[in-house]
Design a protein around this ligand. Structure first.
Ligand SMILES: O=C(NCC(=O)N1CCC[C@H]1C(=O)O)OCc1ccccc1
Length: 706
């Protein structure tokens, strides 16, 4: 198939000056989501992409198989609130998970909140929620069409009745109840001109921490904390387990936070700003509240501990010289999260070579009590609280769809029992193998990679491979169960590879720092080295190799396609950050400077211009060579990474390819009533994954084996 790509207007008059360097931005007009020209461009792009995907001869087989395998029951850990238990469940193909309530662990579950009743197409999603400590009231956020914006609703748990008020203009909000259930602390943005439905691109600024008193209107809410001189800060807040303190943690980008606290016992009635005592005065580390005993609070931090540790801070003597270490940093394992349980214990989750380790420690001494044995895989869910004597944890791996374990601390020894195990019809794990290897990157760094496939596949380069990466923001990509990857392995003899490239948090802050700011190229080198390893070891060959990533991972894939187009047959760029000179100008993009830097600073402009996908597109006819087949994906309500990144990128790519030797397709898929990914209904997820597998089938000439 040859392609007549849409001729997007190039406005050669748009030129920016970055510290003396002139940079053209001919598709600047695509930054306006509401112009007819932009809407027509999107329509023209979908008009060539849709027929290409629909002409896949095995589209129906793929869609049916995805649907069939997807249709298995999914559960969350049960969690206790007051004297009730709650859990999320999806029977299999429901668009949104449903929240159930039980009067006891083996009581008859009743539907408590079913988001599927809130819209015909499942595009209204539950996004954030918080029960009062006694489980009497439930605050929950609803988002529409995948936007980050939520409306907070308040429900009486016993009656199921909603309070009249709805809290609007909420985004990136922590929600925390005062211990007396009288009110909710939450963060909100001020009213702004124009729409706020998630299709706008305006910068999110001036977030305030508010206190909402139940049964009053939002207009009466009190601003209790604000930093008017810091419009880009987001304000996290949490009421301590005992209810006495409010821990306030402002963050200005995507790492490091300050710490303040307010003594709520001195303000039984909150009528204005809360007086704050500052604990941490510099943005230089992460501090996360875990629990407290009286005025002594436990925090998880990477301050002087790149693999993280637990420290104790006495709010009555908060100066750093009085801080104590409760659990010291482990030399190689990353302390990923901690939770107080059974009054005097801590459950600690470590990441050890990308695999989960779960331990029980004493809250007083920090000493290890016991390790809960786990297979190779990931703890993807947990529930437990200081006041309860039991925990649940949810285990998953590449070949394990899900097992929920229960530990009751009233019985010695503390032996985990299987609470619930899910099976996937038609999936026989014994036919597959998952392994972890370590390969060398360009600079010699050893990088771990998971490789999953059918057992005994020939190692002759004849199999297609799907290489997924993220590489940023201290995020760990641990093993998980994916129906789509299972279809790729089962019906295409596919090899799934997940390299844990730098920029992630798999080896703590050192790994994150080695893949951000001026080290960002290491991330692309690691990913390219992974592809070279798979080819060298004859798992696959470039013409059968697809690279895939979303958001920061979309940047990864687009940058690698620019730098090494010879290495891949296809590239799937999902909701990617692709204009590295302007990302900070839209919605929450300014928060990403902790990984990327900002083009407002010369040192970072000089670095960003070297890899920015939009600014490093070459002609397929030059020595860098023809691009892999590329599918650039975005959606109209993505207000995390606004669609303009993808629209400008595909316009520039198609312009460079027009009348060139480029034969492989360079296409864009722009979804509607969809966003960055959070809250996406099952129907849309299956349609999107069908399109991705169809694109790979068409572009790489893959064979679907029944
Ligand atoms: O922007 C991010 N996170 C980084 C993010 O979403 N990024 C960073 C790059 C693009 C995109 C991604 O990779 O998903 O989060 C905003 C936020 C959410 C909740 C609370 C506070 C702040």
């Amino acid at each position: 198939m040859t392609f007549e790509y849409p001729e997007a207007r190039r406005d050669e008059t748009v030129v920016d000056d970055y510290h003396g360097t002139k940079i053209k931005d001919p598709y600047r007009w695509l930054e306006d989501p509401d112009s007819n020209e932009t809407k027509e461009f999107i329509e023209a792009e979908n008009k060539i992409t849709r027929p290409y995907l629909d002409s896949c001869p095995v589209k129906t087989d793929i869609h049916e198989r995805l649907t069939e395998l997807w249709n298995y029951p999914k559960y969350s850990c049960p969690f206790r609130k007051g004297n009730r238990y709650f859990f999320f469940k999806n029977t299999g193909l429901q668009n949104q998970n449903v929240l159930y309530v039980q009067d006891s662990l083996d009581g008859e579950p009743r539907v408590f909140l079913d988001p599927n009743t809130l819209s015909e197409d499942g595009t209204i999603a539950l996004s954030g929620s918080r029960f009062t400590d006694d489980g009497a009231i439930f605050a929950y956020g609803l988002s529409a069409s995948g936007s980050d914006w939520i409306s907070i609703h308040l429900k009486d748990v016993a009656t199921g009745e909603n309070y009249p008020e709805v809290l609007e203009k909420v985004k990136f909000a922590s929600m925390s109840w005062s211990k007396d259930n009288k009110g909710l602390f939450y963060s909100r943005y001020p009213e702004q001109t124009g729409k706020t439905d998630g299709s706008e691109t305006e910068v999110n600024r001036d977030q305030k921490l508010c206190y909402h008193r139940l049964n009053t209107s939002q207009a009466e809410d009190i601003i209790v904390v604000e930093f008017p001189e810091e419009p880009l800060w987001r304000i996290g807040a949490e009421v301590t387990d005992c209810g006495k303190y409010l821990i306030v943690s402002p963050v200005k980008d995507c790492r490091d936070n300050l710490l303040f606290f307010a003594d709520l016992s001195k303000h039984p009635d909150i009528t204005g700003k809360l007086p704050l005592t500052q604990i941490v005065h510099k943005f230089e580390a992460d501090y996360e509240y875990i629990s407290n005993e009286g005025s002594v609070c436990i925090f998880r931090t990477n301050k002087n501990a790149p693999n993280y540790r637990l420290i104790k801070i006495d709010l009555q003597n908060p100066a750093e010289e009085n801080w104590e270490t409760l659990i010291p940093e482990h030399p190689s394992d990353v302390l990923d999260w901690a939770a107080a349980v059974d009054n005097n214990k801590l459950v600690i989750h470590y990441v050890r070579d990308v695999k989960s380790v779960l331990q029980l420690h004493s809250m007083q001494s920090g000493d290890l009590i016991q390790t809960f044995d786990l297979p190779v895989g990931t703890v993807v869910g947990f529930s437990g609280k200081k006041e309860y004597t039991e925990i649940f944890y949810h285990f998953m791996s590449f070949l394990t769809p899900g097992v929920i374990y229960h530990v009751d601390f009233q019985k010695q020894p503390y032996t985990p029992t299987v609470f619930r195990e899910v099976k996937v019809k038609g999936f026989d794990a014994s036919q597959y193998e998952a392994k972890q290897i370590f390969y060398s990157s360009k600079d010699g760094t050893k990088v771990p990679m998971f490789i999953v496939s059918k057992k005994n596949l020939p190692r002759d380069g004849s199999n297609p491979a799907l290489v997924y990466g993220y590489g940023g923001f201290n995020i760990n990509i641990q093993p998980s169960f994916s129906v789509t990857r299972l279809v790729f392995m089962q019906h295409f003899n596919g090899v799934v590879a997940i390299p844990n490239i730098r920029g992630g948090g798999e080896y703590g802050e050192r790994w994150h720092n080695a893949g951000r700011l001026l080290n960002k190229q290491n991330v692309f080198d690691d990913f390219q080295a992974a592809a070279e390893y798979l080819v060298r070891e004859r798992y696959t060959r470039p013409a059968l190799l697809t690279i895939q990533g979303g958001s920061n991972g979309g940047l990864l894939v687009a940058a690698c396609a620019n730098q090494r187009p010879d290495l891949y047959g296809a590239a799937i760029v999902q909701v990617g950050v692709l204009d590295m000179l302007r990302f900070q100008k839209f919605t929450i993009g300014h928060a990403w400077v902790s990984d990327y830097g900002s083009s407002d600073e010369k040192v970072h402009f000089d670095n960003l211009i070297k890899y920015s996908p939009l600014h490093n597109i070459h002609s397929p006819d030059d020595e860098t060579g023809e691009y892999p087949a590329m599918l650039v994906m975005t959606a109209d309500h993505d207000d995390r990474v606004v669609p303009l990144h993808s629209l400008k990128f595909i316009a520039a790519l198609q312009h460079a390819a027009r009348r060139s030797q480029q034969r492989r397709p360079l296409l864009a898929r722009v979804d509607i009533k969809a966003g960055h990914g959070g809250g996406k209904p099952t129907t849309k997820i299956i349609d999107e994954h069908t399109d991705i597998l169809c694109f790979m089938t068409q572009a790489l000439g893959l064979k679907f084996v029944k």
